[in-house]
Design a protein around this ligand. Structure first.
Ligand code: BTN
Length: 243
């Protein structure tokens, strides 16, 4: 991954640019980086604040997998980021379902996977990765309960090294998924997950569900044991008890 690189000063969203590249025949592993995004996008139609100093990157993937496996790639990306941050900075990061990266209860990174066009025809997934790196937390909306690498480490990290570390781990994850190591991914993800086996709340639109977070299905859906039986979630926001 990362043999073709598009590095820009400012983009609306690296995911949007990466989608354009995909339609123009972009290659597997092509990456787009921007120093700053004017309208970065997050999960659940949210906006994603992207000041200078962060790592804002999209990876175009045309893996040997089917559409049904797209969600597994975003799970794999969260595992890759946890491993890269551990390897580079000895940080212990947890994953909040489905793919928020959390340090001490605060969000440090997020992932937005988007399928382009008809996956069956072109097999393209854009993996957008946002890491709060070299800027003070005060630059983000205070309601966000987020943190940054700079805040935690007290120094500026090298964004090239960070991107390379993530791509190395991501590449290995993609290769292992192409070999159908789905069970291995589920156990790797679960080992790094927050709130497993604990009581959690799931917010989905206006609805709130409470129960025990039993685990994830092989496709990465969340399994919640509630008073009314088992419920399966493909999207939503998890609230952990222990923050
Ligand atoms: C989330 O946690 O809600 C996902 C955030 C994903 C942000 C990244 S930054 C690079 C890429 N471009 C975007 O517009 N979004 C993703």
């Amino acid at each position: 991954l990362g043999y073709a690189i598009d590095l820009e000063d400012e983009l609306v969203s690296t995911n949007a640019r990466s989608k354009e590249l995909a339609r123009q025949g972009g290659v597997h592993g092509q990456i787009v980086l921007a120093k700053h995004q004017s309208a970065g996008r997050g999960r659940l139609q949210r906006q994603w604040e992207s000041p200078r100093g962060g790592l804002w990157m999209s990876v175009l993937l045309r893996p040997n997998l089917s559409l049904a496996d797209a969600s597994k790639l975003t799970l794999a990306a969260s595992v890759a980021i946890v491993d890269a941050l551990r390897e580079l900075f000895q940080l212990s990061i947890g994953i909040k379902w489905p793919n928020d990266l959390i340090f001490n209860g605060q969000k440090i990174a997020g992932i937005l996977g988007e399928v382009v066009g008809e996956w069956n025809a072109v097999q393209t997934l854009i993996l957008g990765i946002g890491i709060n790196a070299n800027f003070p937390r005060e630059q983000l909306n205070t309601s966000l309960n987020a943190t940054t690498l700079h805040e935690i480490l007290g120094y500026e990290v090298n964004l090239n090294v960070l991107a390379a570390g993530i791509l190395k781990h991501l590449e290995n994850q993609v290769i292992s998924l192409e070999k159908k190591a789905f069970e291995e991914l589920r156990s790797n993800w679960s080992e790094r997950a927050l709130g497993l086996g604990e009581e959690v709340r799931i917010l989905r639109g206006e609805q709130v569900f409470q129960g025990i977070f039993k685990g994830i299905s092989i496709d990465g859906e969340l399994i919640l044991e509630t008073e009314d039986g088992e419920k399966i979630f493909t999207a939503g926001e998890v609230q952990l008890r222990s923050k």
